[in-house]
Write a protein that binds this ligand. Structure first.
Ligand code: SF4
Length: 403
């Protein structure tokens, strides 16, 4: 039986704006298994990217993680934390929300890596690509030198904490070592950059979009992460390059056995990459399961709407289905206590005025859905009248497309 590497429970992230509290992510639960690829799919404003940033502990003001736990399974890290923070450790699981920020930070860029949506704005334009990847190698090696990190990887003497401190005291000494540069070239080769030794000395503006995305994957791999969070990794690329990048991620995942959390609005990307999928709406996962569960045995009307809006090359339908309306306001005082999809749902009934809990669709609980239709059939006699929610707010924009 596979082992869970991340156990996220009831995670909530709010933004404190002049208009009020915005519930970008609320009550988010997820168990990620070691070595799986889990996709989170949803439209802009559903909270996907804020979820990724919350897991990386990168939420910036006015946002804040307000509740929940993020359990990370790593025996050596748990051992390192056990004495100082016994309440945060349960067996070999460490609740990252219950340890200090500096201890959490030691995992970022080492145990957890992230590929961001836009590689052009993620690389520093004044440093060569090779230097920036080598720097990520150094970060990983530095973390290995620190007892708190829980990383159990080999390192050369030039990566010791002492050498790092020495490099800070003697600026003439290059901190990015020859061996980390050599590793950066190796990584560029791994992700398919031609002539990597020469390309390592080039600046980001000299790379095409596809090459830069490959370089960002190389940078994320530098730390040999347990969990890679890929936030819309192919959004900015044309379709042929998209396919190459997805195939590359697939190959690297198979080689390294890392866990990937893939954030996307593209169901085709999910179908190509993922073992399981969670459909996110208004800050929570409303349907989750294997690809077969969610694509072939769909229950939630929002998931059906998403699937209906995908072009089918063999289909005969004249028009794609659209989901009417917008993602609802996520302002706390406007959300109410009803199904958040009720104002757009073609099957909303009187029961939906009370917020549904998550129902298991199958016996083993792998396919679950936050919708009453998991337990009862649609009854047109109980349908909500049209325009029932007309006076309610629309999308509350927290970070635009980055959500
Ligand atoms: S709970 Fe009701 S309103 Fe919400 S998705 Fe299900 S049927 Fe639609």
């Amino acid at each position: 039986m596979s082992e869970t590497i991340l156990e996220i429970d009831d995670l909530s992230t709010q933004f404190f704006t002049s208009e009020g509290k915005v519930n970008a992510v609320h009550g988010f639960d997820l168990e990620l298994e070691r070595g799986e690829v889990f996709g989170i799919v949803g439209e802009s404003g559903s909270g996907k990217s804020v979820t990724a940033l919350s897991l990386m502990d990168l939420v910036e003001s006015p946002g804040r993680i307000t509740s929940g736990s993020v359990g990370y399974r790593n025996p050596s890290f748990a051992e390192n934390m056990r004495t100082s923070y016994p309440d945060a450790v349960d067996g070999d699981l460490v609740d990252l929300r219950a340890i200090p920020e500096d201890a959490r930070r030691s995992l970022r860029g080492t145990a957890f890596s992230m590929i961001f949506q836009d590689p052009e704005s993620s690389f520093n334009p004044s440093l060569t690509v090779g230097e920036q990847i080598a720097e990520a190698v150094e970060v990983q090696q530095r973390a290995t030198a620190m007892p708190r990190s829980g990383r159990a990887k080999t390192r050369g003497p030039e990566y010791s904490l002492g050498s790092y401190l020495m490099s800070m005291a003697l600026p003439s000494k290059r901190y990015v070592t020859e061996s980390s540069r050599a590793r950066a070239i190796e990584l560029l080769e791994t992700v398919g950059i031609p002539d990597p030794a020469q390309r390592a000395d080039e600046y980001p503006h000299e790379y095409s979009g596809g090459m830069l995305q490959r370089a960002m994957i190389a940078q994320a791999l530098a730390s040999e992460p347990d969990v890679l969070i890929a936030d819309e990794p192919t959004t900015a690329l044309d379709v042929t390059i998209q396919a190459q990048i997805l195939d590359l991620l697939n190959e690297l995942q198979a080689e390294t056995g890392m866990t990937i959390l893939l954030i996307t609005h593209n169901l085709g990307v999910v179908a190509r990459m993922c073992d399981r999928v969670g459909v996110m709406y208004a800050g929570e996962i409303v349907e989750r399961g294997t690809l077969e569960d969610v694509f072939d045995d769909t229950v939630h009307p929002y998931t059906k709407g998403l699937l209906g809006s995908v072009p089918d090359l063999e289909g005969t339908a004249d028009r794609l289905q659209a989901i009417s309306g917008n993602v609802p306001s996520l302002l706390d005082h406007e959300m109410g206590d009803r199904c958040y999809f009720a104002d757009r749902c073609p099957k909303a009934m009187d029961t939906c005025l009370e917020k549904p809990r998550s129902f298991d669709v199958d016996a083993d609980g792998r396919h679950s859905v936050t919708c009453y239709l998991a337990e009862e059939n649609y009854d047109p006699d109980r349908a909500l009248e049209e325009g029932r929610f007309a006076s309610e707010g629309a999308v509350s924009d927290v970070g635009g497309d980055s959500q």
